[in-house]
Design a protein around this ligand. Structure first.
Ligand SMILES: O=C(O)[C@H](O)COP(=O)(O)O
Ligand SMILES: [Mn+2]
Ligand SMILES: [Mn+2]
Length: 541
């Protein structure tokens, strides 16, 4: 990698540059569905009126997703923020490989078919929706169809119900077509294709950042060993949980049993298991459970069957997780932190557990670990393990206090932090909690601004996608809680306490998250790397 060029006549400020990412805080309609609008936010209100405020795109093609109908998400958002340009992301990469058939042309897919034709079953585990955030059900359909065409006789599906990136009670929208497809294969080919186990994505299998390994254990026990609440069908499980007042994302682990009460889909030696999620954060822990040897310590796996396990993509290119994967991920290199490390810039990254991986791993291009441990400090404040509508302040105050300590240490020229509140509380769909979440973030931003002012530094406030900005939608006159991200733009604003009119907003057309990295380079006194998208500021000669 080449070194960055310095900017003639501008060497940045003596104080630190702080980047604040308000996760899930988008710019929505100014109406009663928008918690960001309803929250008392004196500081953000002032910032959004500043000359250095500009709305920027954080969804769809601006972050490497297939279309502008696709909402942004933390992974692609932090990839784009940290890489300074747009990479074709999970959904788009996988769609491309399905469209060209490359998915089925690889050695791994053929190994799966071969193993299956020697008597093993193929198990599919994954998030069951078309939200394109972690997975897309169309990929599952195509793989099932392909196996049936290849004569594979036994397939088991283990759906993780969504209700978070799609409506809170939409499971049957996805379960019914899967049941219909499996029935068609049974009827037309006489093959043994059924749903075997599953659960709600926030309660079963899809934990992230080691927030709660029990979530993974519940999934492992259900998918591998057939241990869980027993039902005769997936539809029966879903409807029972609804009657008990449980929404899709929080359903317990369930196991489908035959008339004799025997699980229909326990994993056996010689089977294959494919996790068809393409996004890494909530796929890594299950992958570790399948790939690890006897050194696995996170929970008791019981007898581990000899199963060929494959993820949809490589979820961590540094840690090489999983060992086997079907689609090549985007190779994200030359991230802004790598460039700044070459310039010996001291950097920190801080968040709480729920977003710690975003400001480190995803920011650095899906790579875990430090770029340069001598220059960097990563701090994780442990998140609460309770539903976040019950604790909407989360760990914002603790993050703020620790950030102040890091800023005042004088060891860091720039730092990045993520306040998880707007997103994690937005996902609960509880308006009052989301308002408290946004008000808490506003309060913390104010406190950090005053500290950076005292240090003669600069603050950038932005977000990675919307969520709290749309807390319900009105369908046929009825308000329905909306727990998913939004297609709204997000705020970007610079507060430069040493400003002497050296620069102005550059007026970049269609600004997005991928323009932030170049702006960070500029504010630190460096030209952007040539291959980066344009900076949001330009220097007045
Ligand atoms: O994983 C989740 O919580 C949601 O599916 C996506 O939310 P995030 O992109 O904000 O993590
Ligand atoms: Mn996010
Ligand atoms: Mn989210």
């Amino acid at each position: 990698m080449e070194r960055l060029k310095t900017i003639d006549g501008f060497e940045g400020r003596k104080g630190p540059l702080l980047l604040i990412i308000m996760d899930g805080v988008g710019l929505g309609r100014e109406d009663d569905s928008n918690a960001v609008h309803l929250a008392k936010t004196p500081t953000l209100d002032r910032l959004f009126k500043s000359d250095f405020f500009v709305p920027i795109a954080a969804h769809g093609e601006a972050v490497g997703l297939p279309s502008d109908e696709d909402m942004g998400n933390s992974e692609v958002g932090h990839n784009a923020l940290g890489a300074g340009r747009v990479f074709a992301q999970g959904a788009k990469r996988v769609n491309e490989d399905f469209a060209t058939g490359a998915v089925f042309g690889g050695a791994l897919w053929n190994k799966i078919v071969q193993r299956a034709n020697n008597g093993g079953a193929v198990h599919f585990i994954g998030l069951l929706s078309d939200a394109n955030v972690h997975s897309n059900i169309n990929h599952l359909y195509q793989m099932i169809e392909r196996l049936a065409e290849s004569g594979v006789k036994k397939v088991r599906v283990h759906p993780l119900l969504d209700g978070r990136d799609v409506g809170p009670r939409t499971a049957m929208t996805y379960v019914e077509p899967v049941e219909a497809l499996l029935k068609r294969v049974r009827d037309e080919k006489g093959f043994d294709y059924v749903i075997a186990s599953g659960g709600g994505r926030m309660n079963v299998t899809m934990d992230r950042y080691c927030a709660d390994w029990n979530i993974v254990k519940r999934g492992w026990d259900a998918h591998v060993h057939g241990i869980g609440r027993q039902f005769r069908s997936c539809s029966e499980a879903v409807n029972t949980f609804y009657q008990e007042g449980v929404d899709d994302q929080y359903m317990g682990a369930f196991v489908i049993v035959d008339e004799g009460g025997n699980p229909v889909g326990k994993m056996q030696d010689g089977d294959c298991a494919v996790l068809y999620n393409f996004r890494g954060d909530r796929a890594i822990e299950l992958s570790q459970a399948f790939d690890a040897g006897s050194d696995f310590k996170h929970f008791d796996r019981g007898n581990v069957p000899d199963v060929l396990y494959a993820g949809m993509m490589e979820y961590d290119s540094e840690a090489k997780v999983p060992k086997n994967y079907i689609v090549q991920p985007p190779l994200i290199q030359q991230t802004v932190a790598e460039y700044l490390a070459l310039e010996n810039i001291g950097m920190f990254a801080i968040s709480e557990t729920q977003k710690y991986g975003h400001v480190t791993y995803f920011w650095n291009g899906n790579k875990s670990g430090y770029i340069n441990a001598d220059l960097e400090t990563y701090v994780e404040i442990t998140s609460d393990r309770i539903p976040f509508d019950q604790a909407p302040k989360m760990k914002a105050y603790e993050i703020t206090e620790k950030t102040i300590e890091l800023l005042k240490s004088g060891k860091f020229k720039w730092g990045r932090l993520n306040f998880a509140n707007g997103d994690m509380v937005g996902h609960t769909g509880v308006m009052e909690a989301a308002i408290t979440a946004v008000e808490t973030v506003d309060e913390c931003v104010a406190k950090l601004l005053s500290v950076v002012e005292g240090l003669g530094g600069t603050v950038i406030v932005t977000a990675d996608h919307g969520n709290a900005d749309e807390m319900f939608e009105v369908k046929k006159g009825k308000k329905t809680a909306k727990t998913s991200h939004t297609l709204n733009k997000v705020p970007f604003v610079i507060v430069d306490f040493g400003f002497k009119s050296e620069y102005r907003l550059s007026g970049v057309s269609n600004p997005g998250l991928s323009n932030v990295a170049a702006t960070i380079c500029n504010l630190l006194g460096f030209e952007k790397p040539p291959q980066y998208d344009a900076s949001l500021i330009s220097f007045t000669k």
